[in-house]
Write a new protein. Structure first.
Length: 386
C-alpha cells in the first residue's frame, strides 16, 4: 500500500458495466423428463446431450443452448445435483473451445450464480491453458469481470479476487470503490484469522493489497472511502501512518471525509501506545522511551496541523491526553487538558490518574516534566477537577 510515487501518470477506468445474458431453458415437457432421468441415476451427460440433440422439439437448440439449459435446470434437482454438475462441467470443458466469447461468458457466469466456485475455477484454468496471454480476466467482458470479482469476495476466495484485481489494474481498469472496500475488508478478516505472528499477518495483508496503491493514487478523493482508510491504517505502525498521510495528500484525499483528523490521531495513538508497551518492557530506561514516544506524538500532531483539517473533538483530545499520561509527559497532559470544551467525567479522571501513577516508579532521567514530582503534581491537579 505504501509503494507510491509523487507522480501518477496512469489514468484508470472504473468498470461500471452490469453483466447480462439471455437465459435459455428446455421446454417444460422435455425438462421434466430430463430431471426424472438425472434423479433416477442416468448421469451420462454425453448420452443425454446426444438424445436431446435428436429431439424434434429442440431443433433450434445449438450444443451451447443445450448445455446452458442443463446448467439452468440443475437448480431444480433434488438429488444427484453435485454429481450431475461435475459430469456436465467435464463435458463442457471438453467442448468449450468451440464456443464464442459470449457463450463462454454465460457458462462462467452460470457457475458463479449456481455457487460453484470449484467448477468456475476449473473452467477458467482450462481456458487459461488455451488462451493468450493466458488470462481469462482479460478475455471476458468488463461486466463479467466485475461479477466474478464480486463472486470471489462473497466466496472469501481472496487469491482469485487478487489475481483478477491485479490483472485488471495492470491494464488500468478498476472496480467501483464499494468493491474495493469489500475486498480490503476480506483481506483484513483473512489476515487476522491466520494462526501466525503479527508480522506475517501484516505481510499477507500488504502483499494482497499491493495493487491498490496505484489504483487509489489515481482517483484520490473521488474514490477513497473512510472504510478503506480505516482498514489500511489498522495494518500500519506509527511511522507508516505518517507516510500514509503523505500518500493521501498526494491523492488529494486528506479532506475527503469528516473526521479524518480525529481518525488519524486515534489510530496513531493506539499504535504508539502498543509500541511503547513493547519497548518499555525491554528498555532499561522506560522514562526515556516515554519521552521519545511523547515526542513522536507531538511531532505527529504538528504534522497534521500543516493541513487545514477540521478541529478535533473532545473524544480525540482525551485519547491524546491518555497517551501522554501513559508516556508520563506531565507538561503535555496539562496543555491538552486546557483544550477540552467539557468537564472531565469521573471515569476520565480515574483513567488519566491511573496511567500517570503507573509512571511514578520510573526513573525520570534528564527529561523535564517526566519526574516523580511533576507526575504527582499533575495527578493532584486532575483529581482536583472532580
Amino acid at each position: 500500500m505504501l509503494e507510491y510515487t509523487s507522480k501518477q501518470d496512469a489514468e484508470f477506468t472504473i468498470i461500471n458495466e452490469k453483466y447480462t445474458f439471455i437465459k435459455i431453458e428446455l421446454p417444460a415437457s422435455v425438462k421434466s423428463h430430463v430431471i426424472q432421468n438425472i434423479e433416477s441415476g442416468n448421469l451420462n451427460v454425453s448420452d443425454l446431450v446426444a438424445t436431446l440433440d435428436e429431439n424434434a422439439e429442440l431443433q433450434r437448440y445449438s450444443k451451447f443452448n443445450l448445455l446452458t439449459s442443463l446448467l439452468n435446470l440443475s437448480d431444480e434437482l433434488t438429488s444427484n445435483k453435485d454429481l450431475f454438475l461435475k459430469d456436465l462441467s467435464i463435458y463442457i470443458n471438453d467442448h468449450i473451445s468451440s464456443f464464442s466469447r459470449e457463450e463462454i461468458e454465460t457458462i462462467l457466469y452460470q457457475y458463479s450464480s449456481l455457487d460453484q466456485p470449484h467448477l468456475l475455477n476449473l473452467a477458467i484454468a482450462n481456458l487459461n491453458s488455451m488462451l493468450a496471454p493466458n488470462d481469462v480476466s482479460l478475455y471476458v467482458s468488463y461486466g463479467l469481470r466485475l461479477e466474478l470479482f464480486r463472486f470471489y469476495i462473497a466466496e472469501k476466495d481472496f487469491q482469485s479476487a487478487y489475481h483478477l484485481l491485479n490483472s485488471n489494474a495492470e491494464h488500468n481498469l478498476i472496480p467501483p470503490a464499494s468493491y474495493i472496500a469489500s475486498y480490503l475488508s476480506l483481506l483484513d478478516t483473512v489476515a487476522n484469522s491466520l494462526e501466525s505472528s503479527q508480522k506475517n499477518k501484516t505481510m499477507i495483508f500488504n502483499a494482497y493489497s499491493a495493487p491498490l496503491s496505484r489504483v487509489l493514487r489515481a482517483h484520490g478523493g473521488d474514490y477513497i472511502t473512510p472504510e478503506m482508510v480505516s482498514i489500511v491504517l489498522r495494518w500500519m505502525n506509527s511511522k507508516e501512518i505518517v507516510w500514509f498521510i503523505n500518500y493521501l495528500k498526494l491523492c488529494q484525499a486528506e479532506n475527503f471525509f469528516t473526521g479524518f483528523n480525529s481518525l488519524m490521531i486515534d489510530l496513531y495513538c493506539v499504535r504508539l501506545v502498543e509500541e511503547y508497551d513493547l519497548g518499555a518492557e525491554s528498555n532499561a530506561s522506560p522514562s526515556e522511551f516515554g519521552f521519545e514516544s511523547a515526542g513522536k506524538l507531538t511531532s505527529f500532531i504538528n504534522h497534521l496541523a500543516t493541513s487545514e483539517f477540521e478541529p478535533i473533538d473532545d473524544s480525540t483530545i482525551k485519547t491524546i491526553i491518555n497517551s501522554y499520561c501513559k508516556f508520563g509527559s506531565s507538561v503535555a497532559v496539562r496543555l491538552w487538558l486546557g483544550k477540552l470544551s467539557e468537564k472531565l467525567s469521573a471515569e476520565d479522571i480515574s483513567t488519566f490518574t491511573e496511567s500517570l501513577k503507573s509512571c511514578q516508579s520510573q526513573s525520570p532521567g534528564n527529561f523535564p516534566g517526566f519526574g516523580k514530582q511533576a507526575l504527582q503534581s499533575t495527578i493532584a491537579y486532575i483529581e482536583g477537577l472532580k
